[in-house]
Write a protein that binds this ligand. Sequence first.
Ligand code: ZDR
Length: 290
Amino acid sequence: MAIGKDLTNKIEFTKYQGLGNDFILVDNRHQTEPCLTPEQAVQLCDRHFGIGGDGVIFTLPGTDGADYTMRIFNSDGSEPEMCGNGIRCMAGFITKLENKLGQPVTYQIHTGAGLIVPEILASGQIRVDMGEPRLLAAEIPTSLAAADQQVIDRPIQVGGKEYLATCVSMGNPHCMVYVDDVAAVNLYDIGPKFEHHSVFPQRTNTEFVQVIRPNYVQMRVWERGAGITLACGTGACATVVAGVLTGRNDRVCTVELPGGCLEIEWSAADNHVYMTGPAQAVFTGETTIG
Ligand code: ZDR
């Protein structure tokens, strides 16, 4: 019988949040595929008819030498390669499964974006080696520049207006747009137009960024497959990389999101991006799924 779901379609889960980006965590350590379909994940993520969440994260056995594998469905049922806030939540969830709560531990987690390494610090914060950013247009992917070029402050027409887009992949696609007043951006209106723009064949996450000072930026996000969320880990990493590429911020920079702050470093030594932030278990429960 699958752990996480029994023959009566009962699902055991723990709800986590990282800066208000919230996920339903399911233990699938003893099976090779997620125990839910994307449609069932949509049902569970519904904030009125379900548990509520920005996505469902499945903890599966490790492959390629990793301790575990992460799979995630967005709240619309699509499957992203990676989720930065989600992987901090998953690291916390694993310490619970392994009875290592409160201990400093490191895990190697296989994801669609390669091997990602979260480390639970003595402070309880989680520092994640997010790997190297991908900068070429073909890797994002986008047609905003030639396939082998970086995408830096490229003009893009959205909703009848011209914006300048800087694109970075952290395994998943991100499009950063710099603005003078991030609070004034109408995300509901403009977010979906970026997400579904024809220059992004895999759709895109979109970050609107206001630079406060070189080591502190504010960002609001429209997530691919999830809409407005309170925080975005891969988006915060992509934002700091974009700020370095365009000369707007330092390599070590705080990103303030509606849900709180993430500390990001794009290391010159190994080209990896490191993200530090919290993850918190909110409640554990069980539900049945139709
Ligand atoms: C942005 C995100 N929540 C995170 O913290 O990194 C990731 C979720 C995946 C995102 N919606 C996508 O790439 O489709």
